[in-house]
Design a protein around this ligand. Structure first.
Ligand SMILES: Nc1ncnc2c1ncn2[C@@H]1O[C@H](COP(=O)(O)OP(=O)(O)OP(=O)(O)O)[C@@H](O)[C@H]1O
Ligand SMILES: [Mg+2]
Length: 356
């Protein structure tokens, strides 16, 4: 590590971006940008772009863009999700602004280069990696994109015999660690995550209680507060309004059913990944499955995954201690451990790309 460099690790997620810097600062912000809808909104806000908590607060006055919604720019082709032309440009611009904002929040020392490691889904295609590199080029002097679950494993020193499952908003990334950088073929990315649970919970609620007024954002907040997948007699009672009148509602079943939709795909993904491994490694990996990402906080998920692995002879599942910063701090640690020569090569590559 070189004292004259600002090193920054970023977990650039669909839902949130967390960043950690070698100067000790860390910050989390939603991966979203709000642009004032018209000049009245612009005057009221006094700014051309809005980030962070204020996006939610002033959402009615803003055009909000989440650059990675539905996996856009990240793991699917933009045309596949119907995003082309100006809409796609707005997503790219939003991605760039979020990264720049995250870096400025780190208050890097002026005049010193900024080197960054950014976590992206494990199977991010070459084309989409390019989009991420473009988004990062103004904020960093040199940047390296690595797989998100790898940053979690690296940060926790679980570089060997570990299977990382990063349960994010847009994707679930599964990555085996064999003491070296994992290849793309070894990893599995499932195109689902917390966003899908929120949408499912909302539709379950609309079916069970059609009179209740509930938004996707409220559904996510309820999930984050009560979310569980186990079969204990726990109840989730929430005050909601119907025709403007507040009343307590039992949302246990609609919520549990929505959260449980993650279990089967994760277990199947693990089967797919385990099957590809050398038989000697299979048992060792199964004994050390590490859940990360916001979705790892769903209560009882670790136990249900363990149950789902019975057919393979069982497994042991644990959760990361800090699902918000595990990725960013792992990325920072990696940035600080890379040699000065390696960073210099990356810097020259990025300068060449900028000049092209
Ligand atoms: N306590 C909680 N219980 C259940 N889910 C939670 C909790 N906290 C956060 N989440 C969910 O985790 C998801 C966000 O996870 P995370 O921040 O790891 O995603 P991300 O990194 O932004 O997305 P991705 O990795 O897919 O790009 C959201 O769906 C959020 O609602
Ligand atoms: Mg993530």
């Amino acid at each position: 590590m070189d004292q004259g460099i600002n090193y920054i690790g970023v977990d650039f997620g669909t839902f949130k971006t967390s960043a950690a810097c070698s100067n000790g600062r860390c910050e989390m912000l939603p991966t979203a940008v709000g642009w004032p809808k018209d000049h009245v909104a612009r005057t009221m806000l006094g700014r051309d772009v809005v980030f962070g908590k204020e996006i939610q607060e002033y959402r009615l006055a803003l055009n909000v863009v989440r650059p990675f919604e539905r996996g856009v720019l990240k793991f699917v082709d933009q045309a596949e999700v119907g995003l082309t032309g100006p809409k796609s440009d707005a997503h790219k611009e939003a991605a760039k602004l979020v990264l720049e904002h995250a870096v400025s929040q780190m208050r890097p020392t002026a005049g010193q280069p900024i080197y960054g490691v950014i976590g992206a889904p494990s199977r991010a295609s070459i084309k989409n990696k390019q989009v991420l590199l473009d988004a990062a080029k103004d904020a960093f002097d040199a940047v390296v994109i690595v797989s998100e679950p790898f940053t979690i494993a690296y940060g926790m020193n679980n570089l060997n015999d570990t299977l990382v499952v990063d349960i994010g908003a847009g994707t679930i990334d599964l990555c085996p660690m064999f003491g070296t950088y994992p290849s793309e073929e070894d990893q599995v990315t499932l195109p689902l995550g917390g966003d899908m649970v929120d949408a499912k919970f909302l539709s379950n609620m609309q079916e069970t209680y059609p009179e209740v007024q509930i938004t996707l954002n409220m559904a996510r907040e309820i999930k984050e507060k009560f979310g569980f997948v186990h079969d204990l007699s726990e109840k989730a009672i929430v005050t909601l309004t119907a025709k403007g009148r507040p009343k307590p509602y039992d949302v246990t079943q609609p919520l549990k059913a929505a959260c449980q939709t993650l279990v089967q795909p994760i277990v199947e993904g693990l089967y797919e990944l385990i099957a590809k491994l050398d038989p000697e490694y299979q048992r060792r990996m199964l004994k050390n499955i590490l859940l990360g990402g916001g979705g790892s906080q769903l209560r009882g998920l670790d136990r249900l995954i363990e149950q789902g692995l019975q057919e393979l002879g069982g497994g042991k599942v644990t959760k990361v201690y800090d699902s918000v910063y595990a990725g960013a701090s792992g990325a920072l640690k990696l940035a600080m451990n890379m040699s000065t020569e390696y960073w210099q090569t990356m810097r020259e590559r990025d300068q060449l790309r900028a000049a092209a």
